[in-house]
Design a protein around this ligand. Structure first.
Ligand SMILES: Cc1cc2nc3c(=O)[nH]c(=O)nc-3n(C[C@H](O)[C@H](O)[C@H](O)COP(=O)(O)OP(=O)(O)OC[C@H]3O[C@@H](n4cnc5c(N)ncnc54)[C@H](O)[C@@H]3O)c2cc1C
Length: 460
């Protein structure tokens, strides 16, 4: 059995294990998913958090840490947690990384921290009645925190595609920005790859989850191809000319991968044909009246990352959102309370504060939100510390760029409150290492340490 075959079998067995998660219930007892209980009142809680991801788990834990008598319930649709951060290293096949590195059991943080968890999907929210409708019944809240992450906006980006085509493309050319089977499909396609091209696309203009992620992914796929001796190319069709941590990524690609990584600016995808495995695109600044050329690329693996939009839970809540295509939640000044409803808060990727949409930021926003709610429940006046002074390195985001030796790059962000814009804003910095290059082995070690640390923070 060669290395690629062994990897395939390993991935299959871990994937099977990942679907067999632990199910913990709502405090008053959740029924299995098949029970016809969708309209039934299940329970009422002081604070209900929608989403057991980076933001939601942080809010729940932090509230219980501040006061163990707080009555907190998390509603999460998946039985098992899977991390997006660090998942590109799985595609790069870095040493010691397998699917199990990203999968966690929800029973652990529930036991350790004492909040409740209901595994059910939120289907609608009745703000007037303060009720959340789920696939297992109705949950009532006094305070609601929303951290449901993102959705994909295929329809907005490809208005000519029907539902069937969207499903087909999503199945065979997954975006892999939402944790779960998409990462597994993509990994398996890469492991199956022989000599040929890989095409990576990145989302169009606008905000999307973890802006460096598509470029880290390109680096990790190139590292894998190099290691396996696969003759091929990673082609990045970038809808804009923006590359997060751009100078650092471009330096690494040039030094390490030569023409194995090709980055094309302003490449607007027109269509995808998953049967002939072709992508058509044009370069945006070549105007049609000047006769822009439609170009066609054949691929063996396509990672089509569609435009991002706030998860549908946000629309269900009916709170005011921004008018851009992402539809982020408009916040109440320097706060994680929504502008629309004083009893509804939001954290993580969906907020309109201009802080980077990252797991680390979701963790920070979750802690700040919990502080606000804890003070409110204790009837104490409170202002977030960021209103008074800049928070240094509120976010740090690492990207692994090579294997053997492992090397990574990083960006840090300071957070402050802008009186003028009435939101929390951020300023980023991509530092060089003492060697004069952006990437270093020390940063690669920090990447692994960061991931271990944040997993401990969420799950213990
Ligand atoms: C490939 C990749 C690499 C990344 N790397 C990094 C990194 O190195 N560092 C970093 O800081 N960030 C990184 N990120 C970004 C990070 O994953 C997100 O910013 C973070 O997960 C946002 O947290 P969240 O709580 O807003 O959403 P999530 O963590 O996605 O949590 C949302 C939760 O809500 C649940 N949910 C959704 N809808 C419903 C519903 N209707 N009912 C019930 N539950 C629901 C979901 O199942 C999910 O568990 C990366 C992202 C990707 C895709």
């Amino acid at each position: 059995m060669n290395r690629r075959e062994a990897l395939k079998i390993g991935a299959l067995s871990v994937a099977a294990a990942a679907t067999m998660g632990t199910i913990t219930g709502c405090n008053e007892g959740a029924k299995p998913a098949s029970a016809p209980a969708a309209g039934k009142k299940l329970c009422k809680h002081k604070v209900v958090v929608i989403g057991g991801g980076f933001g939601g788990l942080t809010v729940a834990k932090e509230l219980k840490k501040r006061d163990s008598t707080f009555d907190v319930l998390v509603i999460e649709k998946n039985d098992t947690f899977m991390s997006c951060p660090f998942s590109n290293t799985y595609l790069g096949k870095l040493e010691g990384v397998n699917l199990g590195t990203f999968v966690h059991d929800y029973a652990q943080p529930v036991e350790a921290n004492g909040y409740g968890m209901l595994h059910a999907e939120v289907t609608s929210i009745d703000r007037a009645a303060k009720q959340i409708h789920t696939t297992k019944g109705v949950v009532e809240y006094e305070i609601l925190v929303m951290s449901p992450g993102i959705g994909y906006d295929y329809k907005g980006q490809f208005p000519n595609w029907d539902d069937e085509k969207i499903k087909h493309v999503q199945r065979v050319a997954p975006g892999a920005l939402i944790p779960g089977k998409e990462h597994i499909i993509l990994e398996r396609q890469l492991v199956d790859m022989d000599d040929g091209n890989v095409v990576i696309t990145v989302p169009s203009d606008g905000k999307y989850r973890c802006p460096p992620a598509p470029f880290e992914r390109a680096s990790m796929i190139a590292a894998y191809m190099k290691k396996e001796g696969i003759e091929g190319k990673v082609i990045i069709l970038n809808a804009t000319n923006k590359v997060s941590k751009g100078a650092a990524f471009k330096e690494s690609w040039k030094d390490l991968y030569g023409d194995r990584v090709e980055h094309i600016d302003f490449a607007k995808i027109q269509d995808v044909d998953p049967v002939s495995k072709t992508v058509t695109y044009h370069i945006a600044d070549e105007m049609e009246d000047k006769g822009y050329k439609v170009k066609t690329l054949k691929y063996s693996v396509l990672n089509l990352i569609p435009n991002n939009i706030s998860n549908p839970v946000i629309e269900m809540s009916g709170v005011e959102t921004t008018t851009d295509s992402f539809k982020r939640v408009v916040m109440n000044g320097c706060s994680f309370q929504t502008k629309t409803d004083k009893d509804i808060y939001a954290v993580g990727d969906v907020i309109a504060h201009t802080v980077p949409p990252s797991g680390q930021t979701a963790n920070w926003t979750g802690k700040q939100c919990a502080l606000e709610i804890a003070n409110r429940l204790h009837k104490k006046a409170f202002e977030l510390p960021v209103k008074k002074s800049t928070i240094k390195v509120g976010n740090v985001c690492y990207s692994m760029v090579s294997d053997n030796p492992e090397e990574a790059i990083m960006v840090t962000h300071d957070f402050s409150f802008s009186e003028e814009k009435n939101i929390i804003v951020s300023a980023g910095n991509v530092p060089k290492s003492p060697s004069g290059k952006y990437r270093s082995s020390g940063t690669a070690k920090a990447t692994r340490d960061w991931y271990g640390g944040i997993m401990r923070d969420l799950f213990s």
